[in-house]
Design a protein around this ligand. Sequence first.
Ligand SMILES: [Zn+2]
Length: 126
Amino acid sequence: MATCKWCRKGGIFIRVDRYGLCNNCSDAILIEVNSRVKVIQESKDIINSSKKLDTVLSRLDTIVMHAQELRKYEDAANMQSKETSLTQDIAPGTWNKVDLILAPVKASEFNYLSINIEEDEIQLLN
Ligand SMILES: [Zn+2]
């Protein structure tokens, strides 16, 4: 089962690319990244050709702003994820205790935990 690194949608019908992104996220992110990179490159060209300090400073601000927006994708790309399956019978009508040990992980490195329940067999009780 694949899970998209960006939208966190997962399941047997979700396919992810080599970056761990589903089709929807991959298309949207590619458009945004290309647009921001283009603005950064244009700003760099303007800085290199301009003799006005205000223009240079303004374009530097533009580059910083777009670079900060791109940072979220870098953070997502660096995020480590792990899927595990805890197969067990679930007792009906009661709390079901599951022990899950996250190791080795530091509290500062831990982002979130997502839990899905997928059933491939349901038994009727007598
Ligand atoms: Zn996605």
